[in-house]
Design a protein around this ligand. Structure first.
Ligand SMILES: [Cu+2]
Length: 161
């Protein structure tokens, strides 16, 4: 009885081993791990070290709603289809109370607002790096190309201490 049982066990083990081998062989062919791919969240949004980003498009200025006071670098990109610009005004005024010219654009030297940063237009797909040095207060980040402010191309940013 003992011998017979051992024989059955060893036959079973041999069969299992063979089955195992034929099952794992194809897996070893197809199972090679794919080359590591970069995480998408790490890839595209390259920005200057410690800097902020501003994205311009029709008709939005997308930037963090709060920024730290002091010197900072901001990378401005134009994600839209037409040229845009980024102006930064400091003022306690609401955006709707900014001094306007007859066409609805902001009068850049107007009363109660201070233009603190200006630059060249940014072409579609282009970018521009700008250094800001902002004291605490309320700011308007805006595109003042004729018609763009009127179309809503601005955002309010609070600079904290
Ligand atoms: Cu614009």
């Amino acid at each position: 009885v003992h011998r017979r049982r051992l024989l059955i066990l060893s036959v079973f083990a041999a069969a299992a081993f063979a089955g195992c081998g034929s099952a794992t062989t194809p897996l070893m062919h197809y199972g090679t791990p794919p080359p590591p791919t970069a995480s998408p969240s790490l890839a595209p949004s390259a920005s200057p070290a410690g800097g902020n980003t501003a994205s311009l498009s029709e008709w939005k200025v997308q930037v963090a709603s709060t920024l730290a006071a002091g010197k900072s670098t901001i990378k401005i990109t134009n994600a839209g289809a037409i040229p845009h610009e980024l102006l930064v005004f400091k003022s306690d005024k609401e955006a709707s109370a900014y001094p306007l010219n007859p066409e609805g654009g902001i009068i850049e030297e107007g009363g109660g607002v201070t233009l603190v940063s200006d630059g060249e237009n940014v072409e579609p797909g282009g970018s521009q790096v700008r250094v800001l040095n902002l004291s605490p207060g309320k700011y308007l980040f805006v595109c003042n190309i004729p018609g763009h402010f009127k179309a809503g191309m601005f955002t309010v940013v609070t600079v904290g201490p």
